[in-house]
Write a protein that binds this ligand. Sequence first.
Ligand SMILES: Cc1ncc(COP(=O)(O)O)c(C=O)c1O
Length: 473
Amino acid sequence: MDSVAVPRHYFLPAAGGPRHRRLRHRRHLPIASSLSSSSAAVESKEGLAALHPLPTADGRLRLSPDSLQYEPGYLGGISGSTLPPDPSSSDAMSYLTDILSSRVYDVAIESPLQLAAKLSERLGVGLWLKREDLQPVFSFKLRGAYNMMAKLSREQLERGVICSSAGNHAQGVALAAQRLDCNAVIAMPVTTPEIKWKSVERLGATVVRIGDSYDEAQSYAKKRAKADGLTFIPPFDHPDVISGQGTVGMEIVRQFNGPLHAIFVPVGGGGLIAGIAAYVKRVRPEVKIIGVEPSDANAMALSLYHGQRVMLEQVGGFADGVAVKEVGEENFRLCRELVDGVVLVSRDAICASIKDMFEEKRSILEPAGALSLAGAEAYCKYYGIKGENVVAITSGANMNFDRLRLVTELADVGRKREAVLATFLPEERGSFKQFCELVGPINITEFKYRYNSRNEALVLYRHCWCPYKCRSQ
Ligand SMILES: Cc1ncc(COP(=O)(O)O)c(C=O)c1O
């Protein structure tokens, strides 16, 4: 009996990746949970390990996402380095007028703001969905791209535009180019799924598949822009792109007249949140603008926390639309002044929200598109918010069909109906019987046995504690 190694038993993320860390349950404080190569840990008075970044050779802060982790729902990313809002800021009026006069409606629809009735009932709040997943190219990205391109001169349009993107920005630029009758070159990494580059080609753009990563595609696009006199259309770091995305905020203010507690916005490079904040904070300053990031792609939370743009050493790619190592410069400037904080959510929580959206509206969101929903739910639960109205921006629906399998696997883990557990078993007779005896009468819905070494095997099993949802029934 002693030889069965059940005590070495821990939660695993269902599909690989780093092990879940046990978060210390302390409210209102960030929990620095592991060391990055460029950080040093210091034990603070409260017993929390605070990470102090060490300078790197080029003076930039390069940090691991792990260097700033806190509980799901906690409004973090704010520190003494974060500036208070400055309503007199000189460009406040220019963003407001740019957003109000934006021409995005040549290509975009005014997306509906819909009540999520089931989720609202579950959470005890009015949860409203801003349905950007219903846009012509299934995401909000066409707003910013079009707003920038519509301001180019006829001569610039005749020379053409170029961008680099593996996803939604590419489709936005391609559609905008089609409407403005100009040539568009889209540089995409060779790893981009066929469904994505084919849909860009179908819109009439020229796709160049180049480089193994987004960075390589971007450096090609920038070089080619210079060489061929094309205009580079950035995905988030440009005032016209930000203003275009800001029309989402303008619509929410127009569509929702009553008291509003917060708007939850998914954050990648920060174009959408900067635009929304630039508008909403000027006209409804009492409404909180809350960013939502995956906990392994937290570039904005880290940047706000350190009061400067930081570069992530590595970034989780599950929510590919927001897998950005560094937020934009102008985006950071605006967010530092206007955003109330950033909520971090896990991959499992994102999957649970994709399922919630399906049950609510029969629509399938991509992971980045469901991020704000996961953040809104976590925040309301964490702070015990009841009876308020909140808006979550469902920002995109460009989901690869084959990812649905992983999403459905993780959704119940995210809803805490299931857990994926692992343990090591000695490679010897009777181990499995002893394992069963030790685990006892619990629901196990999936079991995987992996030969690990001559001495032990790794066992992964899925435990479901929700009898009526149990797949084995
Ligand atoms: C679906 C979706 N949601 C959110 C974002 C994040 O937008 P931003 O980079 O402006 O922060 C993106 C970016 O491409 C996206 O495609």
